[in-house]
Design a protein around this ligand. Structure first.
Ligand SMILES: Nc1nc2c(ncn2[C@@H]2O[C@H](COP(=O)(O)OP(=O)(O)OP(=O)(O)O)[C@@H](O)[C@H]2O)c(=O)[nH]1
Ligand SMILES: [Mg+2]
Length: 315
């Protein structure tokens, strides 16, 4: 168990390399480059955090907290601020409850998000994780927009070793969900995960479709535990935050899946999402393989961001 945990951390650490390099090189040069804690020092820190996509509001909160701590503890040496800064970032990420209740209930997980963010991939990976925990999982191909989308999910279902419910291209997504719910009930599935389309002509259509799917679930499976996850592409930085806000307007979002953190220096967006939206990031994608999805742990995330070398990891 301990070694499995270590392995997961090593992967997270590797996945966050670009973000870490961008934040760390900036932060460390500030800590070593300043001999006194003054306004310039704080400004440099602000700039570095904003560059790493923590966002303006979150950065301001973090630096405010840092200033307060420095004053309270009468700290004079910039180097002594390093731990304080890390703790302040950690604090901003705390959204309290970060539950995975759906794993232990009869549940329906709706996976939504705009075009190309990694919905289908994440559905596949999540199915794989749950299946390996011994759960009975069904995935629903409710993205009926393109035949390729159904094929893609079928491949993922095979990889994960789970059942898939699909209809033909162009059929009504809500009808697919209806079928999938019947199957989930008949086969006593633990978790039903629904992939959806991100490629509708406009926002209104997309939102109408989500509403319709939600109505079907409420009506046909009223006692199931509901989870609605928005997938956001980490490489899009602040844009991801804007997308999350739009989905919050039309659906009860219970969590975020933040993907493609392996390819970006903008991983700080995870901090901004938790701090500014108050919605937990539940999973992060750190690669394209089936085991490249991790449950998100804010502490580990901050550790992986701020640890410098692999020796530190072994502790
Ligand atoms: N590097 C990396 N690539 C990812 C990750 N998640 C998804 N991808 C890639 O992103 C691309 C789009 O992923 P999809 O799962 O098809 O995205 P989608 O949201 O379902 O896209 P549409 O159905 O077209 O809206 C694929 O090439 C995936 O392999 C990740 O965590 N890391
Ligand atoms: Mg898709």
């Amino acid at each position: 168990m301990a070694s499995e945990k270590k392995g997961l951390f090593r992967k997270l650490f590797a996945g966050l390399e670009k973000t870490r390099n961008s934040i760390m090189s900036g932060i460390d040069s500030i800590f070593s480059g300043f001999s006194a804690i003054d306004d310039d020092f704080y400004e440099e820190i602000e700039e570095t955090l904003i560059m790493a996509d923590l966002g303006l509001n979150t950065t301001m909160k973090i630096v405010e907290e840092l200033r307060a701590q420095v004053k309270e503890q009468k700290i004079r040496d910039p180097l002594a601020c390093r731990e304080l800064l890390i703790n302040s970032i950690r604090q901003q990420m705390d959204v309290g409850e970060n539950a995975y209740e759906f794993e232990n209930r009869k549940s329906v997980v709706l996976v939504i998000g705009v075009n190309g963010v990694g919905k289908t991939t994440s559905v596949g990976k999540m199915a794989g994780i749950l299946k390996s925990q011994g759960k009975r999982v069904i995935v629903a191909a409710a993205d009926t927009f393109r035949a390729a989308a159904i094929e893609q999910l079928t491949e993922w279902a095979n990889r994960a070793g789970v059942e898939i419910i699909a209809q033909s291209e162009g059929s009504d997504p809500a009808a697919v969900v209806f079928d999938a719910i019947s199957a989930a009930k008949a086969r006593h599935a633990d978790v039903l995960i629904c992939d959806t389309a991100g490629r509708l002509h406009n926002k209104k259509n997309l939102m109408e479709e989500l509403k319709k799917i939600n109505r079907i679930i409420d009506k046909e499976y009223p006692d199931c535990y509901r989870e609605t996850l928005v997938v956001l592409d980490g490489t899009t930085g602040q844009n991801a935050l804007a997308q999350a806000r739009q989905f919050m307007e039309v659906a009860d979002i219970t969590g975020i899946i933040l993907t493609k953190l392996d390819g970006t220096a903008k991983g700080g967006i995870a901090v901004a999402i938790q701090s500014e939206l108050g919605i937990p990031v539940k999973y992060i994608g750190i690669g394209e393989q089936i085991d490249d999805l991790q449950k998100f742990d804010a502490d580990e995330f901050v550790n992986a961001l701020f640890q410098k070398n692999t020796e530190d990891q072994e502790q």
